[in-house]
Design a protein around this ligand. Structure first.
Ligand SMILES: Cc1cc2nc3c(=O)[nH]c(=O)nc-3n(C[C@H](O)[C@H](O)[C@H](O)COP(=O)(O)O)c2cc1C
Length: 204
């Protein structure tokens, strides 16, 4: 199923009502060859920039590269082989990097959480613009940290592929094509909600 912007929609069997942008966002591995403009990229980063963060420390940092640029290739070479096999279709690659220390030098235990909030904001903003964001843990975090000369206290947490959703699944290896149309799945609410202690689960 596609909508008017050629966006492949996945079945999302939500149990309770949610807003469309959350319901319909997903992480594709196929992208059209349409570039994402610098203006649109700036809107994605702006959405992330306004995420909440612990103490407003904003520990997030992003390396971004557009296909055809040296930075894109420098990110690509540190992706896990599996991720390279499909992320090469994406017009933009990024690295999500956290500063693990607070401004006064203490450990920031919430930095990863806050990068996640930035990335979620970015993904939802992107989706509202017909753009898909696919986050990846499969990146050599040590080599890419070195590659982009981040100081010791920084940690490369994710790589991110960004581009327009595509209906053309031929660009993917066979085993990944079926993934693009699979129904989305989540745990049921009663598997992670505790109205009291961990051992005492009650239906909401
Ligand atoms: C932090 C993080 C790391 C991920 N790592 C990878 C990855 O290395 N490779 C990949 O293909 N997908 C990766 N994913 C995508 C997830 O598999 C995907 O978000 C999950 O299956 C839920 O699907 P949805 O985003 O389409 O709802 C990652 C997602 C997140 C948030």
């Amino acid at each position: 199923m596609s909508n008017s912007t050629n966006q492949l929609l996945k079945e999302t069997p939500n149990d309770h009502p949610i807003i469309d942008v959350i319901k319909n966002r997903w992480s594709p591995r196929a992208f059209t060859d349409m570039p994402v403009s610098q203006t649109d990229l700036q809107s994605l980063f702006e959405a992330g920039r306004w995420a909440a963060s612990s103490n407003n420390f904003q520990p997030w940092n992003f390396v971004w590269g557009i296909k055809g640029s040296e930075t894109y290739d420098r990110i690509m070479k540190h992706l896990a082989e599996f991720n390279q096999s499909w992320a090469k279709n994406a017009p933009v690659l990024m690295l999500g990097v956290i500063d693990t220390k607070t401004p006064d030098g203490k450990d920031n235990y919430h930095a990863l959480h806050d990068l996640g909030q930035f990335s979620a904001n970015m993904a939802l903003q992107a989706h509202s613009m017909g753009i898909a964001v696919h986050q990846m843990a499969g990146v050599d975090f040590e080599a890419s940290k070195k590659e982009f000369e981040f100081p010791e206290q920084f940690h490369v947490a994710t790589a991110i592929a960004v581009g327009y959703y595509s209906n053309d699944l031929e660009q993917l290896p066979d085993d990944l094509q079926s993934e693009e149309t699979k129904k989305r799945e989540r745990k049921k609410q009663n598997e992670f909600l505790f109205n009291g202690s961990y051992i005492h689960r009650e239906e909401l």
